[in-house]
Ligand binder design. Structure first.
Ligand code: NAP
Length: 251
């Protein structure tokens, strides 16, 4: 019997990349999955993989930059499964451009999806996590720790998310609820592909990233391992855990 047998796990942004890998890995551990995304087809494929691993799965399609979807998501998960044990705030977007070219729409989309959504999903999930003595993992980034050109608003969302993790974990500890952060380095996913406008700029960007990460590129399951560790580790809270292939070390 897996440690997460019958635990109800919400994974946002599970239609690809790190979120999909995390949902599949929790499914293999016996969890029941409530997974979210915007792309119906990709989310459906992820759900199929979780079901193939033996999990009961519920899909929620919705834009998390839209505020009203956040409470709806939590209510729907409780209506479906009756409890919440784990919330993985993974959904996120990036935009690679200098501040000179950032408009207010881009800025707001980044902050709403990467910061406001995890904050309010956590708030709405907290009453249920208090009952289950559950936990939250926020998927942040090494970009929240080190500065990089052309990623400034994205990095700001992630460093604010890290501080949310620290502050909120101290509010939650008296209730036996834990809040931690996983901060990936470069993982090749749709997000990293989407940051480049041409094959040439992508090739150069990937080469630059590879040089900064001495252990090489990370795969999504290696991030999921860290997420699952933080959920297992009963005395760990307020931790900002980098899985970065040595990127911070070499910065
Ligand atoms: N890949 C990396 O190198 C890296 C490094 C550090 C941190 N991260 C973080 O890891 C997390 C997962 O990213 P990933 O690399 O796995 O990228 P990904 O494959 O692009 O996955 C992103 C997921 O988030 C969902 N999503 C994005 N914006 C959303 C929005 N506004 N509303 C609802 N859902 C939204 C996407 O849904 P749809 O595709 O269905 O729209 C998708 O399921 C992000 O928070 C990212 O910042 C990634």
């Amino acid at each position: 019997m897996g440690k997460f047998e019958n635990k109800v796990v919400i994974v946002t942004g599970a239609s690809s990349g790190i979120g999909e890998a995390t949902a599949i890995d929790f499914a293999k551990e016996g969890a029941k999955l409530f997974i979210t995304g915007r792309n119906k087809e990709r989310l459906g494929n992820a759900a199929k993989k979780c079901k193939a691993a033996g999990a009961e799965v519920h899909e929620f399609i919705g834009e998390l930059a839209e505020f009203q979807n956040l409470e709806t998501l939590i209510k729907e998960s409780v209506a479906k499964f009756g409890r919440i044990d784990i919330l993985i705030n993974n959904a996120g977007v990036a935009d690679l451009k200098p501040i000179e070219n950032v408009d207010v729409d881009t800025y707001e989309k980044l902050f709403h999806a990467n910061l406001r959504a995890p904050v309010f999903l956590s708030k709405y999930a907290l009453p249920y996590l208090k009952i289950s003595k559950g936990c939250i993992v926020n998927v942040s980034s090494v970009s929240g720790i080190i500065a990089s050109p052309n990623l400034v608003p994205y990095s700001m969302t992630k460093s604010a998310l890290d501080h949310f993790t620290r502050g909120f974990s101290s509010e939650c500890a008296p209730f036996g609820v834990r809040v931690n952060s996983i901060n990936p380095g470069f993982v090749e996913t749709r997000i990293t592909d989407s940051m480049y406008t041409s094959d040439e700029s992508k090739k150069k960007g990937f080469e630059r990233s590879k040089k900064k990460q001495p252990l090489g590129f990370i795969n999504s399951h290696q991030i999921s391992e860290g997420i699952i560790f933080l959920c297992r580790s009963e005395m760990t809270t307020g931790t900002i855990l980098s899985i970065d292939g040595g990127m911070i070390l070499s910065s």
